[in-house]
Unconditional design. Structure first.
Length: 489
């Protein structure tokens, strides 16, 4: 008898009542009301005194997700062994099924991770490269991609070659980026590593066209020499109405605690058979505990005990997101971000970094406040009045989260609210006009809101964005992750 079976038999003695309770508690929460954006907004327990514009960094748990986390936590606290033993197969299958429905793939195509960084590290650390083969990446990627590739190259002797896709972000186009990548794919290129949405510029890359370019380069190649397209997809995942088939990539890694509104510490790693073929596991998997057959994605799921209550509640996050509708969410994000970009583009002494075109932008908006004293003052006024994080003259590009929270109707501010204090300048009023045009038929909040700057404070922030934290406080004063000094009394 296996040790687990023996322990299971012992633990079952005298535990019928507890088991019945945990089974009863494992019922799914009723679906939330998501018929309109105000009802969606009410699902998030955010402090209404603040204008929240940083959920691209880490989402507030919507009520259905919080309820699922608490349900699993109660079950684990009451009887940790039995709750896992009795439910692990069902819950693990449920999260993969929900994720696969959202992503348009098979459940067994997915490995589960804790974050985008874990997904990238898991896949890139296992890359199987022959001598002379290379990894092609770009100069716009996040440090998680940079370091994961560099660490693997150092162990294998492979070469990592990084190329720019554009030189001036506001003028970036899909044609330009596709051509720039295609001409750099060489016969020895085995891995093409790109990012869907650049956090330093807000530029969205044309992944489907990249996939076509890679497929063209692969014509006539032997299977062992074919290039695979790998994507850091976190800032497009949950924003764009796409599937893995429509993107056409071989590997896709993303965290689920940002735009998906998932539990903190959750992520997914997708790969096609061609993608899984170039990587091997680094960390032993625990999927054999509940699987009868072991797919490659199961082997690539890092084992160990994770935050079970968070991982198992991920299915509820995908259901919540799906209840609102992928296409509906994508349309709303693009409408609000386009409004923001066009308003900012007309401001004197403000350089908009993110392109105006929806074809090459997503949910992040980046801008630069200029180098003059007047420009720096304008940048700080924008930050203090609108919740945007902007760069001063020391920054080449600040990652500005302009409307990440707008999907929950917390950013732009509540419709009907009259905005920042009247002592604000023209810059303040123009930011207000461009970012927060009231809609009809929605209520005014019961309490005044603090109008503060929120900065991206995660390790997935770019260096420019990190330096931009100083824009609304002195450089010696630390800024907490999700708040800053209020500009109202």
């Amino acid at each position: 008898m296996r040790r687990r079976e023996l322990l299971s038999g012992i633990a079952l003695l005298g535990s019928g009542a507890v088991l019945a309770r945990t089974r009863e508690e494992a019922k799914p929460a009723p679906p939330p009301l998501t018929d309109d954006w105000e009802s969606v907004r009410r699902q998030f327990p955010l402090d209404r005194r603040w204008i929240h514009m940083s959920q691209f960094f880490l989402a507030s748990h919507p009520l259905p997700v919080a309820a699922a986390i608490e349900m699993h936590r109660r079950g684990l606290d009451e009887n940790p062994f039995l709750y896992v033993e009795d439910n692990i197969e069902r819950f693990e299958k449920a999260i993969r099924q929900a994720a696969s429905e959202h992503m348009g793939c098979k459940p067994d195509d997915l490995a589960m991770t804790d974050s985008t960084t874990m997904g990238l590290g898991t896949f890139y650390n296992g890359l199987q490269l022959r001598e002379g083969q290379e990894i092609l990446s770009t100069t716009h990627d996040h440090p998680a991609t940079f370091r994961a590739l560099d660490l693997r190259a150092a162990r294998t002797g492979a070469v990592v070659r990084r190329v720019p896709l554009y030189t001036h972000a506001p003028e970036a186009t899909a044609d330009q980026m596709t051509q720039a990548l295609a001409r750099e794919i060489r016969p020895r290129t085995r891995v093409v590593a790109v990012t869907w949405v650049h956090s330093s510029t807000g530029v969205r890359t044309p992944i489907a066209r990249f996939a076509q370019a890679v497929a063209k380069a692969n014509q006539g190649r032997a299977e062992a020499d074919r290039a695979v397209l790998c994507v850091d997809g976190v800032h497009g995942f949950g924003v764009e109405d796409e599937t893995m088939a429509s993107l056409g990539c071989d590997m896709f890694a993303a965290g689920c605690h940002k735009w998906i509104f998932g539990p903190r510490g959750t992520g997914v790693l997708f790969a096609t058979p061609a993608g899984w073929a170039v990587s091997t596991p680094s960390i032993p998997s625990f999927d054999r505990i509940w699987r009868r057959e072991m797919p490659k994605a199961g082997e690539m799921t890092p084992g160990g005990f994770h935050s079970f209550e968070h991982r198992w509640a991920l299915a509820d996050a995908f259901r919540f997101h799906g209840g609102i509708g992928k296409a509906r969410i994508a349309k709303r994000i693009h409408q609000l971000n386009e409004q923001c970009r066009r308003g900012l583009s007309g401001m004197k002494h403000v350089d908009l970094i993110t392109p105006l075109s929806n074809e090459v932008s997503a949910g992040l908006v980046c801008l630069h406040g200029g180098s003059s004293r007047r420009g720096r003052r304008a940048a700080r006024q924008i930050g203090s009045s609108s919740g945007l994080s902007v760069a001063d003259s020391t920054c080449s590009a600040a990652s500005v989260l302009a409307t990440r929270g707008s999907r929950t109707r917390t950013s732009p501010p509540a419709p009907g609210w009259r905005g920042p204090p009247s002592r604000g300048s023209r810059t303040r009023s123009r930011v207000w006009a461009s970012c927060a045009t009231p809609s009809r038929g929605e209520s005014t909040p019961s309490a005044p809101r603090r109008w503060g700057s929120v900065t991206p404070h995660s390790r997935r922030s770019t260096s420019g964005a990190a330096r931009a934290r100083s824009c609304t406080r002195s450089r010696s004063t630390p800024i907490p992750p999700c708040t800053s000094r209020s500009t109202t009394s």
